[in-house]
Ligand binder design. Structure first.
Ligand code: C2O
Ligand code: CU
Length: 500
């Protein structure tokens, strides 16, 4: 009897200790199949609640909050206004898994598009209908293509499990969208992106304005292949022939998980950031431009007239040398000072995005111990919560949204909202005074706080995540959801869709 009592007490004590942890573990488990519309806790940002009712679901488990199931919900597939008919630009891509042979000869394990990485340049003029057909030859995990920074209709956004199913080996998928804005962009897989983007399943994308400027376009896409820094697939220096005195626009794209920076051997103007033109960009000397993961910067400069070359350098010892054959450029070290986009360029009205908000959201990034789908660890938190209890930012079309992004997690996070460009209003309480700082990728350093504004003008269900894709995989993913939108696609183990 004594022995039995002791056993009962021991079991009770164990349960008392293990119970809460077990409950935390259990409540972190994700269902084997669920809709992205059911993720997180609806946050209406102080604005009117819509159809998706805000009933909390207590257990912390993914649960429906209406929109995904309500008969009145509109599938995001039905929100696509892209016309039928013949496309102006047609591109065929074939994705493969295996060895990547860099332009400079090195090899790495990864992924190719049409036999190479980076994949081919997709190029269009604003207003043109672009059609990209991608076939997955043999990428076992499936693929999807996302047009990073292009505010395409939601159905074309290329996020596996949210806007489409992953394209499995032997299958194809066709994307069609009208190029909305001129600028420098890139495309990359949004299925198992932590592995596929790192492995090179990506390429550059340029949308030209209807009237092209006088400068010649030069690409500088940076990527790290298995630890080797490259630019345009070249480890080291990519040489581009250019005439003395020629004006060039170097379109720099950072496709890595970490921040980069670009500077030059001559004075330059930073003419665009994340595809958006800077208003009255001043001449920059002895300063570098920081590039968040996923971010772009267009530098305009002139090839020297004295027969030497021009160098545009990036972190990692890579760069582009532009000049006549045989000409060499000086290779200045990275300047310590940075161009501060908060005050660079001349101010002009950013429009309604900076106006009185209809909704205000807080996106506060931290880090704390807990379980992520049953795995114990130190995970990224948003507003103190871990997946699956992150906020679901709810909007209605036309809302002016004010978002405060704050980071106290100990690391920098390159935050990327799909389908929209936002404008920086302040950083650490200091108001923006330069050209409107429009972005789709924003580095939020530890201890920083940004206030940004945007207009909810592109209905759908949009990822808003960290573009350090390892962090995304570790739970730093939320969504912006327009009230009344549903998706026919599923996430979870049974679906085969793994956007991160
Ligand atoms: Cu560059 Cu969610 O994407
Ligand atoms: Cu991050």
């Amino acid at each position: 009897m004594r022995g039995r009592l002791r056993l009962v007490l021991a079991v009770a004590l164990t349960l008392a200790l293990v119970g809460p942890v077990g409950w935390l573990w259990w409540s972190s488990l994700l269902p084997s199949s669920y809709s992205a519309t059911e993720m997180g806790e609806p946050d209406w940002g102080g604005g009117p609640h819509g159809r998706a009712h805000a009933a909390g679901h207590g257990t912390g488990h993914v649960a429906g909050h209406g929109a995904g199931h309500g008969a009145a919900a509109t599938s995001l597939l039905d929100l696509d206004p892209t016309p039928g008919g013949r496309a102006d630009v047609r591109v065929d891509l074939v994705a493969r898994q295996g060895r990547v042979r860099l332009a400079s000869g090195e090899e790495a394990d990864g992924y190719t598009l049409n036999g190479r990485s980076p994949g081919p340049l997709v190029e269009a003029t604003v207003g043109q209908l672009v059609e990209v057909r991608v076939r997955n030859a043999d990428v076992a995990g499936g693929i999807a293509l996302h047009w990073h920074g292009v505010d395409v209709p939601n159905a074309q956004d290329g996020v596996a499990g949210v806007t489409q199913d992953a394209v499995m080996p032997g299958r194809s998928h066709t994307y069609r969208w009208v190029a909305p804005d001129a600028g420098t962009y890139w495309y990359h897989s949004h299925q198992l992106s932590h592995a596929q983007v790192t492995g090179g399943l990506l390429g550059p994308l340029v949308v030209h304005p209807r009237e092209r400027g006088g400068a010649r376009d030069v690409l500088a896409l940076a990527h790290l292949y298995a630890g080797t820094p490259t630019v345009n697939g070249v480890a080291g220096t990519d040489r581009v022939e250019a005439r003395p005195g020629e004006r060039v626009r170097v379109r720099v794209v950072n496709t890595d998980n970490g921040p980069s920076a670009v500077w030059a051997s001559a004075a330059y103007r930073l003419v665009a950031v994340d595809g958006v033109d800077v208003h009255e960009p001043g001449l920059v000397e002895d300063r570098a431009v920081g590039l968040p993961a996923g971010g772009r910067a267009d530098l305009e400069l002139q090839v020297p007239t004295d027969g030497t070359a021009l160098r545009v350098s990036l972190i990692g010892g890579v760069g582009i040398e532009l000049g006549p054959p045989g000409a060499r450029a000086p290779d200045p070290p990275q300047p310590e000072a940075r161009v501060d986009l908060l005050s660079y360029g001349a101010p002009t009205d950013p429009g309604p995005a900076a106006g009185r908000p209809d909704r205000r959201f807080e996106y506060s990034i931290g880090r704390r111990p807990g379980f992520l789908d049953g795995r114990p660890g130190l995970w990224w938190s948003v507003n103190g919560e871990l997946v699956p209890d992150l906020p679901m930012f709810m909007v209605t079309e036309g809302d002016v949204v004010r978002l405060t992004v704050e980071n106290h997690s100990g690391q920098v996070h390159p935050m990327h909202l799909h389908g929209h460009h936002a404008v920086v209003l302040s950083r650490d309480g200091v108001r923006a005074t330069g050209s409107p700082w429009w972005f789709d990728s924003l580095d939020v350093a530890d201890g920083e706080r940004f206030e940004v504004g945007f207009v909810a003008d592109n209905p759908g269900l949009w990822m808003d995540h960290c573009h350090n894709l390892q962090h995304a995989r570790e739970g730093l993913v939320t969504h912006l959801m327009y009230d009344g939108v549903s998706t026919p696609f599923r996430l979870g183990e049974d679906s085969g869709n793994v956007p991160e």
